[in-house]
Design a protein around this ligand. Structure first.
Ligand code: 4BW
Length: 150
């Protein structure tokens, strides 16, 4: 079986580069905003995927979205963190990609987003593809092609 190091960019699939679901920090639709903010602060990520109870992809939520939501006219309305749930605030207008999509499709997707969720035909969450993973692979390919020319 060929490893990713042996593959040309055109042979690489999203599944070769993605972070699989069990390693991705996420929150659920009915979690209070307080829990989501805790996950975001503790994990250090700006945004994470939102899943439903059956582990289907539902959206994403980030620190800025939460802070904007609880920002009142003169103060942060902290009480909203326990009153409101993730589904009321999350971003549902998000792209997704499949494990079998190509590297180029991944590259196009992460131009506008720091990460893109990977899901199957039925919407079940498989993981994420990050801008970092795509750029790392692009850099590796650039230096490999350069070395092969000299
Ligand atoms: O905890 C971190 N570990 C490492 N190794 N790198 C980190 C960490 N936190 C941030 N970074 C770096 C990465 O290069 O800062 C970039 C921006 O992070 P972000 O967006 O704004 O929190 C990271 O770039 P990336 O790896 O291309 O990841 C892009 C985005 O994907 C992150 C975050 O929103 C999401 N993400 C990445 N790994 C994740 C994750 N979300 C949930 N779980 C994960 N394991």
């Amino acid at each position: 079986m060929s490893t990713i190091q042996d593959k040309q960019l055109t042979e690489i699939l999203i599944e070769d580069l993605m972070i699989s679901s069990e390693k991705v920090a996420h929150v659920q639709l009915n979690n209070p905003l307080e829990h989501a903010l805790l996950v975001l602060v503790k994990s250090g990520y700006s945004a994470v995927p939102v899943l439903d109870a059956s582990y289907k992809l539902a959206g994403t939520i980030g620190k800025t979205l939460i802070l904007n939501e609880i920002l009142g006219l003169e103060r942060f309305e902290i009480e909203k963190l326990s009153e409101m749930q993730v589904h009321e605030v999350m971003n549902t207008d998000i792209p997704s990609i499949s494990k079998q999509d190509t590297f180029m499709q991944g590259l196009k997707a992460v131009i506008n987003y720091p990460f893109v969720c990977v899901s199957d035909d039925e919407g079940y969450f498989d993981g994420i593809i990050t801008r970092r993973a795509i750029l790392k692979q692009l850099k590796r390919d650039y230096y490999t092609s350069k070395n092969n020319q000299s």
